[in-house]
Design a protein around this ligand. Structure first.
Ligand SMILES: [Zn+2]
Length: 271
């Protein structure tokens, strides 16, 4: 499943090239998770603005309104100056004067939805419950401490929820907790302000590293799904069950929390 870093690298791969382009045609394939919400013709002749990201959603402004896009479980976006004939898994083409933005999505949990703005309509509803962006300057130790204070769940579950901070998916949450030296089973409301400070920093560092890992291969960018795989090659704790901790040598453990694998070092991650 594409996570925040994959979506950000996807954005970086085409945002500059599509900005200012006029839409010349829209092609719809099979139905996606939600309907477009307007007749496709209404999008034609509009001009694409600066593409932004919120959580795992991309926003393509188109004059008075825009398209909110989500890659779902298996989606990927490509932008090519000359698009090939659409294949069986290509379900949305935004054809512009500069090239075609194409959503390829075999499982069709992805979506392209029209919205009058980011704060209203479909986008307003879909983005309403999202936590802060990890790179938002408001996301710091004090803020995280206040957000976790009322929660009795394990800190890893609180991170995965996405309603405090977005982007800390399973791999990234494990890595951030390792960097911060926090046992993933620690109850959220037991974390001191100082440890929340370390954790906020670790979440930012981890996601920045993942975007860099993806960004370093941007030139021959083909498939956003490869980023998590490449990032895993550099993971310090994720996927390392039974191996020696890189920091203290203790054997890395795997447990299951909320039906997801958690990897952690019992030596240097404390409750
Ligand atoms: Zn360790």
């Amino acid at each position: 499943m594409p996570e925040l870093p994959e979506v950000e690298v996807t954005r970086l791969s085409f945002a500059d090239r599509i900005a200012g382009a006029r839409v010349t045609a829209v092609r719809l394939g099979k139905p996606l998770r939600w309907p477009l919400g307007v007749p496709a013709e209404r999008i034609v002749e509009r001009t694409v603005g600066a593409v932004s990201r919120r959580g795992k959603y991309l926003w393509l402004p188109l004059d008075d309104g825009g398209l909110l896009m989500h890659l779902g479980m298996s989606g990927s976006l490509s932008f090519a100056s000359v698009a090939a004939q659409p294949g069986p898994h290509d379900h949305f083409d935004l054809v512009t004067a500069r090239g075609t933005l194409r959503l390829t999505d075999p499982r069709r949990f992805g979506a392209v939805v029209w919205s009058p703005s980011l704060d209203a309509g479909a986008a307003g509803r879909l983005l309403a419950g999202l936590g802060l962006e990890p790179f938002d300057e408001r996301f710091d130790g004090a803020w995280l401490h206040a957000a976790l204070r009322g929660r009795r769940v394990a800190v890893k579950a609180a991170l995965l929820g996405g309603d405090i901070v977005v982007g800390a998916g399973n791999i990234y949450a494990c890595e951030a907790l390792f960097q911060a030296g926090i046992d993933p089973r620690t109850r959220s409301d037991r974390l001191s302000r100082a440890r929340c400070h370390s954790l906020a920093q670790a979440v930012r560092d981890t996601l920045a590293r993942a975007v860099e890992t993806g960004g370093s291969t941007l030139r021959d960018f083909r498939d956003a799904h490869g980023i998590a795989g490449r990032f895993q090659l550099h993971a310090r704790v994720y996927g390392r069950e039974g191996q020696a901790c890189l920091r203290c040598g203790t054997t890395v453990r795997r447990i299951v929390q909320g039906q997801r694998s958690t990897f952690f070092c019992p030596g240097c991650q404390r409750r």
